[in-house]
Design a protein around this ligand. Sequence first.
Ligand code: ATP
Ligand code: MG
Length: 389
Amino acid sequence: MEKIILIKYGELTTKKDNRKFFIETLEKNIRNLLKDFKLKISKDRVRMFIETDEIENAALKLTKIFGIHGIAICHKANSNNEDILNKVLEIIPQDKKTFKIETKRADKNFPIKSMDFNNLVGGHVLRNTEYKVDVHNPEVLVNIEIRKDFTYIYTNILSGSGGYPVGVQGKGLLMLSGGIDSPVAGYLALKRGVDIDCVYFDSPPHTSLEAKNKVIELAKSLNEYSGNIRLFVIPFTELQQAIYKNCPNDYMITIMRRMMYRICEKMAKKHKCKILINGESIGQVASQTLSSMVCINEVTNMPVVRPVACLDKLEIIEIAKKIGTYETSILPFEDCCTIFVPKHPVINPNISKAKIYEESFEFESLIEKCVQNAEIITNFEKEKFTDLL
Ligand code: ATP
Ligand code: MG
């Protein structure tokens, strides 16, 4: 194989004790997300190397995998002077004017020190091309990594997504609505190494099949960063109608969200998720004031992580566009939060009042039904859902 992909690990190189586990998780994720590719992977403590037939395609896919700092498509040479010098001349672009050589000697037995090797290769380029050296701002940086068996040479590096490999932190349960915020929250959690399952509260016939398919589409987008996502669709209609019937208008949303949290806690325990994650952002709507959060959060002891809590809507939108969820999120299908919205939802809800209203109907059995009857979707293959939107 003439070319090979070199991967520079992300932040994980600083985590000494966990390094082996991090690197193994990264390899597992790469194999999973690139399962359609024929791969040969080798790795050590600082680098991973991937050989495959479809090298450009694979490199592009790798830019979505967390735990990677940079991806370089390298040319392979044998680790001897002649081969390396020839290869550098062969790959240095024709249309640029200035260069710099940067050698790394992973094999300390290689007889020439890195600085001396820079000079040797630099001299060879100067003699054989029109190039000039510029050590401060070169148009072409030629990286040479000398290893025992082979030397890898590259002039370009693609930025990786950073973060930790998905899964190194265990799993969280993302409350995924069809909006802009929750997919971004999921993405940010994945980036910190948290694997996710998603939960969506579905209220047919008040919410449409399109709304559900939109959430499936969003889960599919997030799955490109994970590969393991499951979506639990909760049949929420009966419980929502009971709230509608039994609770005062201004507390409907507060109580609905308390019910959602209760269901999520049960689902999380059932599916081994350690935390809940959602797209709440401080002050965005009545149910996201600090007082509302206190009242809603009261029903669970599980940590609730809100990755976008302190971002402005515009900042959230920017991320949504970057990760490719924005266009789906703005499709105009209503979710269960928007259909029963009261005119004046309470902004400073009171926990005791919420409890009193909840006592007016038998909600435990309805919650249990939601958990028992959740539909589990795991197959996010492309052909299946796009036609439905
Ligand atoms: P988003 O843009 O993510 O829909 P939002 O600004 O519309 O958020 P809310 O509707 O108040 O805000 O919801 C806050 C959070 O609660 C959402 O980000 C999501 O995590 C969760 N949530 C809301 N509705 C649902 C739903 N139908 N299913 C699952 N989670 C939901
Ligand atoms: Mg919403």
